[in-house]
Design a protein around this ligand. Structure first.
Ligand SMILES: Nc1nc2c(ncn2[C@@H]2O[C@H](COP(=O)(O)OP(=O)(O)OP(=O)(O)O)[C@@H](O)[C@H]2O)c(=O)[nH]1
Ligand SMILES: [Zn+2]
Length: 196
C-alpha cells in the first residue's frame, strides 16, 4: 500500500449524544474525512459491535422517508449504548459513493419510475460505487480485529473481511420501513441481494 493510500487518524473528542456518551474520531483518506463514534473500552481480540454506515444527509440529517438510513443509524447507536461497547464507522460516501447532487438526480429519475439501481446506471454510475479500502487502517488504529456487524448488505461483509477483519456475527438491521421506501427496500433485496 502506498503512503497516500493510507487512512490517517487526525483527532478525537468526547461526543455526548441522545444515546449516551461516545468518542468521535476523525480520520482522513484521500482528502476525505471519515468519522468513527466509539463507546466503551475495546479489549484486543474481543468482537466489537459495529455499524459501518454510509453518509445519507437526507436520511441521517433531514428526516427523509425515502430510505431507511436515519432509523438504522439511531438503532445502531441505541444497540451500542445498550451493550456499552461498540462503534459506528460513518463513511462519507454519500449516495453510495456518487455524492449528494447525483443522488438527488437519481431521486428525480426514481420519481419518474426508475428503481434506485437503474437510476444510478442511467446517470453513468455504478449501481453501488462505494469502497471500503479505508477501513483496514481505521480498524487497526482502534485495535479491532473482529466485529459483530449490523447490516443486511452482503457486499459490505465481503469487503470488510477482505480488509483482514473477521465478521464473527451478522446482525440484521430492519428498522425504518414506511410506505415511501417500500419500493426502495424491495429493490435492495431483489437487485442488490440484501439479506433478511
Ligand atoms: N445513489 C443512490 N444512493 C442512495 C439512494 N438511497 C440511499 N442512498 C445511499 O445509500 C447509502 C446507504 O445504502 P443502503 O443500500 O441503504 O444500505 P447499505 O449501507 O448498503 O446496507 P445496510 O448495512 O444493510 O444498511 C447511503 O450512502 C445513502 O445516501 C438512492 O436512491 N440512490
Ligand atoms: Zn438514506
Amino acid at each position: 500500500m502506498k503512503a497516500s493510500d493510507s487512512t490517517r487518524f487526525i483527532t478525537q473528542a468526547k461526543l455526548p449524544t441522545a444515546f449516551g456518551e461516545f468518542v468521535i474520531h476523525v480520520f482522513e483518506h484521500h482528502g476525505q474525512e471519515h468519522l468513527v463514534l466509539t463507546q466503551g473500552d475495546f479489549i484486543g481480540g474481543e468482537p466489537i459491535l459495529t455499524r459501518v454506515h454510509s453518509e445519507c444527509l437526507t436520511g441521517d440529517g433531514l428526516f427523509s422517508l425515502r430510505c431507511d438510513c436515519g432509523p438504522q443509524l439511531a438503532y445502531a447507536m441505541e444497540q451500542i449504548a445498550h451493550e456499552g461497547v461498540g462503534m459506528v464507522v460513518y463513511l462519507r460516501q454519500e449516495g453510495r459513493g456518487i455524492g449528494l447532487t447525483e443522488k438527488i438526480k437519481a431521486y428525480q429519475l426514481q420519481d419518474q419510475g426508475l428503481d434506485t439501481f437503474d437510476a444510478n446506471v442511467q446517470l453513468g454510475h455504478l449501481p453501488d460505487g462505494r469502497s471500503y479500502d479505508m477501513l483496514a487502517d481505521v480498524f487497526k488504529h482502534l485495535n479491532v480485529s473482529k466485529v459483530k456487524l449490523m447490516t443486511n448488505n452482503p457486499d459490505k461483509i465481503r469487503s470488510i473481511e477482505s480488509q483482514g477483519v473477521q465478521v464473527v456475527d451478522r446482525l440484521p438491521i430492519k428498522v425504518g420501513h414506511n410506505t415511501h421506501n417500500k419500493a426502495y427496500l424491495k429493490t435492495k433485496k431483489d437487485r442488490f441481494l440484501h439479506l433478511d
